[in-house]
Design a protein around this ligand. Structure first.
Ligand code: NAD
Ligand code: ZN
Length: 359
């Protein structure tokens, strides 16, 4: 069986396109209880962008701090319950922020129409009903969350996405001006998430002409942004990064991620390490799986003088390493892709612990 994926319904791309948000939303405002829910990264509270958000008196706007933790099932359930009990069902959800806010907007949209806790729906195609209209405005590029079919949530049991066709945004507004303020380290880590998506998508059994075409173009853009003679955080490169993120996301959607993401999930789940940063910490030590990619990555780290800590594992207990390895082992789709369907003959839980001990 070949994958049959749904894409974003509508996309606006361009500098200043954020100001089209009002007219885009006006067509949707008469649905349900006729108000919009905006979920916005707390970073923008008090910043000039806040004044440009087209909030009407009937709307609800929530500024969410994404620095304390990645999105949780409890957080999603609470947002849904508080809005439903105070105002009823919104016409739509608008997310303005990085990957965390993209996932919150996607997940909340689904949970408005699916009863019970979001923990019930962590996995593939467990969601029963389409969510409400949802629109994403990314303000950091890299995770590809703006295009993906999943909303990654950390629950009491597992870190796993609500993954189905209805997760995909109805609309995205891609305005590269919004990513200009991303701090330099984050610009690097999130961009490297895209780079790693492409390297992993390309190196495995699910790679195909379709995923390859997106990865090839996204990698070309990543190289211009991070290693070419005009590399660096410039407006031209921000335009490119926004497109690279989208294409990297599409590439992995039609293929799969691999060893680095499998380790990264373990680091995030057990140590709370953030996704893009965790990928960089792991990828740095995976030269035996992705030789050329890791070499190029190290050059980019050097060029942009990014700090990547070494010898982290000396402070981890055997229990923590074992727990991380277990999370990693339980991602068979990634190992299938990276090592082949006989991956269990090629790598054991103990070997995975060894990979963590390298970090
Ligand atoms: P993030 O949303 O967690 O934000 C990182 C930091 O950047 C925060 O401090 C935030 O306030 C700040 N920030 C955001 N926009 C800014 C701007 N324009 N200027 C200055 N600061 C800004 O970052 P992320 O790395 O994009 O997202 C990580 C999340 O994405 C994780 O929760 C991860 O699980 C999820 N993810 C989802 C998918 C998917 O397909 N759905 C894929 C990979 C990762
Ligand atoms: Zn990723």
């Amino acid at each position: 069986m070949h994958k049959n994926f749904k894409g974003i319904e509508k996309t606006v791309f361009g500098r200043g396109s954020f100001d089209q948000l009002d007219s885009i939303l006006s067509e949707k405002r008469s649905d349900n209880n006729k108000f919009m829910l905006f979920v916005v990264d707390y970073y923008f509270k008090g910043k000039p962008l806040e004044k440009r958000i087209p909030v009407k008196p009937e709307d609800v706007i929530m500024f969410i701090d994404v620095d304390t933790h990645e999105p949780t099932t409890e957080q999603i359930d609470n947002i849904r319950d508080s809005v439903l009990s105070s105002k009823g069902l919104p016409a739509g959800v608008v997310g303005i922020g990085g990957g965390s806010i993209m996932d919150i907007a996607k997940a909340v949209s689904l949970m408005f129409t699916n009863e019970g806790s979001s923990t019930l729906y962590q996995g593939l195609n467990l969601i029963k009903k389409p969510g409400i209209y949802h629109l994403g405005v990314p303000t950091i590029s890299g995770t590809g969350a703006e295009v993906s079919m999943t909303a990654v949530l950390t629950g009491p049991e597992k870190k796993l996405g609500l993954k189905c066709e209805w997760t995909v945004f109805n609309q995205v507004v891609l305005d590269p001006e919004l990513i200009a303020s991303v701090p330099r380290n984050w610009w690097f880590y999130t961009g490297m998430d895209t780079y790693i998506h492409c390297i992993e998508s390309e190196n495995g059994i699910y790679n195909n002409a379709y995923s390859h075409a997106y990865a090839e173009q996204s990698l070309k853009l990543c190289r211009e942004i991070y290693s070419g003679e005009n590399s660096g955080q410039t407006p031209e490169n921000d335009d490119k990064l926004m497109v690279a993120s989208l294409m990297g996301g599409l590439s992995l959607t039609y293929s799969e991620v691999g060893v680095c993401h499998a380790l990264s999930y373990g680091l995030s789940k057990i140590l709370g390490m953030r996704h893009c940063y965790a990928n960089c910490v792991a990828f740095n030590h995976l030269g035996d799986y992705y030789n050329d990619g890791v070499k190029e990555f190290k050059d980019m780290v050097k060029k942009h003088k990014v700090d990547l800590p070494q010898n982290l594992s000396k402070d981890w207990t055997d229990e923590q390493i074992n727990a991380m390895a277990k999370v990693t082992y339980n991602l068979p789709h990634m190992w299938n892709h990276a090592l082949g369907t006989d991956w269990k003959e090629k790598i054991t839980l103990k070997d995975m612990e060894g990979l963590f001990r390298r970090l």
